[in-house]
Design a protein around this ligand. Structure first.
Ligand SMILES: [Zn+2]
Length: 170
């Protein structure tokens, strides 16, 4: 996928571009970390091994992993440049109370969906019984004993700060 495909998908689905970009990054970053860890581990195996066959096989494994990693890193960089470029244009002075209100009003069901009504399994703990309930525009989990609004849900799901979550929900 490319940056433009993500931007197009955001337009098609009517979700804020920044939100789509952050979701795509949240999808890419664990894969990038995983591949980087694999490559690092394989390099350690080459250093430790004296068997030329093991070394050759491991080197070919590293080449394959790097081939997979390169397009992911390219895409993540393009996504980050896009949102950072936008951020400086749109919010030179940071976020406003209006932006925070708008972010709070972003439908929480577009962030955590409730396909079967007002209850679902909680995405924040290992849940086999639907412990999460939907209220006006926030959710509550009776096992975590916590509530989330649209902003805190994005902060936790996407591992971003308050400001980034507010910007993502514009
Ligand atoms: Zn929970």
């Amino acid at each position: 996928m490319t940056l433009n495909a993500t931007l197009q998908a955001a337009r098609d689905m009517g979700v804020p571009v920044r939100y789509a970009v952050m979701r795509r990054l949240a999808f890419l970053q664990p894969q990038i970390k995983h591949l980087e860890r694999e490559i690092w581990g394989a390099r350690r195996r080459i250093e430790r091994s004296r068997d030329p066959l093991v070394k050759a096989l491991t080197e070919s494994f590293i080449r394959d992993q790097e081939k997979e990693l390169r397009p992911l890193k390219r895409e993540a960089t393009a996504l980050l440049n896009h949102v950072n470029g936008k951020e400086t244009v749109q919010t030179p002075g940071g976020i406003t109370p209006e932006m925070i209100d708008q972010a709070r009003q972003y439908p929480i069901t577009s962030i955590i969906d409730f396909p079967k009504g007002r209850h679902r399994c909680c995405p924040f703990h290992e849940d086999s019984n639907p412990s999460m309930a939907l209220y006006d525009n926030h959710v509550h989990c009776f096992v975590c004993n916590r509530s989330w609004d649209s902003i805190s849900a994005v902060m936790e799901l996407d591992a971003v700060g308050f400001r980034e979550a507010v910007l993502a929900l514009q």
